[in-house]
Design a protein around this ligand. Structure first.
Ligand code: CP
Length: 329
């Protein structure tokens, strides 16, 4: 008899305890997150409802790397779940005096935190933290290096379904710097798990290696033909902070070859939606008029992030409590 593969994200009962990445998760877990998110949105006005699901719990936001959207929507999500929230200012914390990451964690555990939301520039940081926390704590990866950004991918799946419906009927095109993008990796896993109809990645050879095929995406280097009949177009930022060598000739040339312009948008389906995880660099990966245009759902993505992050936090915390209750942790 083959042994089940150990997944550090799951409780011994097979439920989601930590959200560290999308890879290796089953479709039912992703569906549960997306359907739970829907229940948290007030259908009359599209806002998320305040609910007591995390009352009495303390969530610590540990952002070792800058963030606008992810940090604030996690904070809003935790507050709408009625949790207490600690935003640790890492630059002003004792890590700047030489305290190790593990010592910082131990101190936060002593303050009786129940959840760590972690962003870090090192791939694997959230996994490392998850291996060292006490059994009642859940760890959510808010982006680690170029490895994974699972809640971004989940909110993108939620937004795609909201605006375009059944994924199996859709052609999704992801454009840009896939090599350095944790968002793209998580999106590719999520799209495949949820059964996307067609998935195409497009970028220069230096930023889109052939091995992306192995993740389950078609790899193209010529943007115009790849856009034909696209239902969903996702543009990505050039992640210069992660480029170790000159991967590009220049931003102007990049925009000429891979920028999403009004002219290129005409090549896709007439009702295609345009997405971007942010931060956007107008005139580099996307024309300003496209980012602000009627087909753009960039700000809707941000809004969807609140409900999806509420769903992830409430599901993981509930699963931790269930596993502890059954004395299986
Ligand atoms: N999409 C995203 O992760 O944006 P932030 O860096 O602003 O959190």
């Amino acid at each position: 008899m083959s042994r089940p593969i150990f997944n550090p994200q799951l409780t011994p009962l097979g439920d989601l305890r930590h959200l560290l990445g999308i890879e290796g998760l089953g479709r039912p877990i992703l569906e549960e997150i997306l359907s739970t998110a829907e229940t948290l949105v007030d259908s009359s006005n599209g806002t998320t409802r305040k609910v007591p699901l995390l009352r009495g719990k303390t969530v610590a936001n540990l952002f070792f790397e800058n963030s606008t959207r992810t940090r604030t929507t996690f904070e809003l999500a935790a507050k709408r779940l009625s949790a207490d929230v600690l935003n640790i200012n890492v630059a002003a914390s004792a890590t700047s005096k030489g305290e190790t990451l593990l010592d910082t964690l131990r101190n936060l555990q002593a303050m009786q935190c129940d959840m760590f939301v972690v962003r870090h520039s090192a791939s694997g940081a959230a996994h490392f933290i998850a291996q060292h926390v006490e059994p009642h704590i859940s760890v959510i990866n808010a982006g680690d290096g170029q490895h994974a950004h699972p809640t971004q991918a989940l909110l993108d799946m939620y937004a795609i379904r909201k605006f375009k419906g059944d994924l199996s009927q859709l052609k999704v095109v992801i454009i840009g710097d896939l090599l350095h993008s944790r968002v793209a990796r998580s999106q590719i896993h999520a799209l495949n798990i949820l059964g996307v109809g067609e998935l195409v990645t497009v970028g220069p050879k230096t930023l889109l290696p052939e091995h992306f095929r192995e993740l389950g995406a078609r790899v193209e280097h010529n943007l115009d033909p790849a856009l034909a009949n696209a239902d969903v177009i996702i543009t990505l930022r050039l992640q210069r902070e992660r480029m170790k060598s000159a991967s590009l000739p220049g931003q102007d040339e990049y925009f000429q070859c891979y920028g999403l312009t009004q002219r290129r948008l005409q090549l896709a389906s007439p009702d295609a939606i345009v997405m971007h995880p942010g931060p956007t660099n107008r005139g580099v990966e996307i024309e300003a008029s496209v980012a602000d245009g009627p087909q753009s759902i960039i700000l809707d993505q941000v809004r969807c992030g609140i409900a999806v992050r509420m769903a992830v936090m409430s599901i993981t915390m509930g699963n931790v409590e269930r596993a502890l209750h059954e004395n299986k942790q």
